[in-house]
Design a protein around this ligand. Sequence first.
Ligand code: ADP
Length: 293
Amino acid sequence: MSDLLDLPSYLDHPPAVAARLAELAERPLVMSIEGLSREYESDGGQRVTALSHVSFEVRSRELISVIGPSGCGKSTLIRILAGLDAPTGGRVCLDGHDVVGPGADRGMVFQSYTLFPWLSVKKNVMFGLKMRGLPGREAERRALEWLELVGLREYAELYPAQLSGGMKQRVAIARALANEPRILLMDEPFGALDAQTRSAMQAHLLRICDTVDVTVLFITHDLDEAIYLSDRIVVLGSNPGRVLEIIEVPVARPRAPEQFLSAHFLATKKRLEELIHQRETVPRRTSGTIRAA
Ligand code: ADP
């Protein structure tokens, strides 16, 4: 066994991070998830508790990730937040109102590409705007603005089949943002992309969050992605799906790829690994040393 690195505790926030987190905590509440539970009855008649008393809050312009091993209830959670499924206990409130079904106040971006293949890129983004009753000209003007934001204005007349996976997801983000949702729910949106495209998309998302008034809840199972993007990370455990810890990410903003190797980043990653692999569940407050396994 040899010492690998002397790391700070993931609970030690540099002053700039502490200031940002304090400011975030004062921001208006966008979504509250209160004691959410979801039980299923399996084919054999047994009860499966997909989620048990899950509670957390999402504040204005926060980027919060939800992470956990397969089967911890991430899909169940996002389906309930989207209003596509109902909890068996607890509630979800958006701007103080109970979520009881799908609504334009929540934008969705999924891992699988969900663009309409028969519509051009521009018309995909215009779709929701026209559904909301915007006249064609205005819908087109706004669609082009959103495409500009994701760097795809010059591809407006192409069709989804002519785009790469990363470009399709940028259109999906533009389409979701064009409806000006109160919260953007992203379900492993970059999970199907190759590593290089994925990191480019992460950079895009960070830039969008700096530019646009948007609150994001991001589901992922990638530890680096969760740390790189998030202000806070909700870590779920499985059997039953429950909150193990909500981590305030001690990495300063603006984020840059060099930070993947910073001490605070690595300390956070170590803690996530401990939680997800259940090697250690008690937060440490002192500096620590990683030892070779
Ligand atoms: P994750 O997305 O984190 O992999 P899921 O939300 O898909 O987790 O599933 C959480 C648990 O709930 C799993 O044990 C899964 O088998 C169970 N589950 C999910 N959907 C259903 C369903 N429709 N019927 C029965 N069990 C389900």
